[in-house]
Ligand binder design. Structure first.
Ligand code: TIU
Length: 225
């Protein structure tokens, strides 16, 4: 149940109505390790330009959202320096030569406190914007995100960030099961693989919006006025 929706955004599968006071912008994992040349994503052979196209739309959206004084939260995927929150299964999955915790060009890969783990400067959090450090793909698992959203009265989420089919999708599914409405912005989310991006968006909006809605940043900014 949503409190007094006052803004309506054109979206698929149908319009998304929200009340700005109880809707937060949740930016997933816009970290140097995933988006910058030399980071973990590129070391695994991925094309970071597929993610970097999301930076500018996210900047415009974030500026507009902040200008209205609305709530913003950021997430980062990563682990404690002693790797005690890293399951062995995640460490060895993929049989890659590069592992979480190894030294990379921006410090130890996906380790909290290292340069590569931090959020890219273009979208750096401001004071008052919660930063959620998560050990998994979903932002709710083993974090205090749900408690923070409850304490702030947030009922709906506009979700952006990377990657569409992995951490964005997992987070949207977790949010859906906890009673949050999620609007995902296709120009502000990205995947290393364009076909996975498309599939990830489809999985959210099909079956009448089984996990949520899909729109774009221009439509949100237009609706905000
Ligand atoms: N943030 C996020 O999606 N983390 C990933 O592990 N992405 C991959 O594409 N593997």
């Amino acid at each position: 149940m949503t409190t007094n929706p006052t803004v309506t955004v054109e979206a698929e599968p149908y319009a998304f109505a929200f009340s700005p006071a109880t809707c937060a912008l949740l930016i997933i994992d816009m970290q140097r390790d995933f988006l910058e040349a030399g980071g973990y994503g590129e070391m695994l052979g991925n094309d970071v330009s597929q993610l970097r196209r999301t930076i500018e739309p996210n900047q415009r959206l974030l500026a507009g959202w902040r200008a209205k004084g609305l709530q913003v939260l950021h997430t980062r995927e990563g682990h404690r320096p002693d790797l005690s929150c890293l399951p062995h299964s995640k460490l060895v999955r993929g049989q890659s030569g590069v592992r979480i915790g190894d030294q990379g060009p921006m410090g130890r890969i996906l380790v909290r406190g290292e340069a590569g783990h931090d959020i890219i400067p273009e979208l750096y959090p401001q004071p008052g914007e919660a930063v959620i450090d998560k050990p998994g793909k979903g932002a709710f698992y083993a974090t205090d995100l749900h408690a923070i959203l409850l304490s702030r009265g947030i009922q709906q989420l506009i979700v952006t960030g990377v990657t569409t089919e992995v951490c964005v999708n997992t987070t949207v599914r977790e949010a859906n099961d906890r009673g949050y409405d999620c609007l995902v912005l296709e120009d502000c989310v990205g995947s290393y693989m364009p076909d996975m991006h498309e599939a990830g968006l489809k999985m959210i909006k099909e079956q009448g919006g089984i996990f949520g809605w899909v729109s774009d940043s221009g439509r949100v900014l237009t609706a905000l006025g």
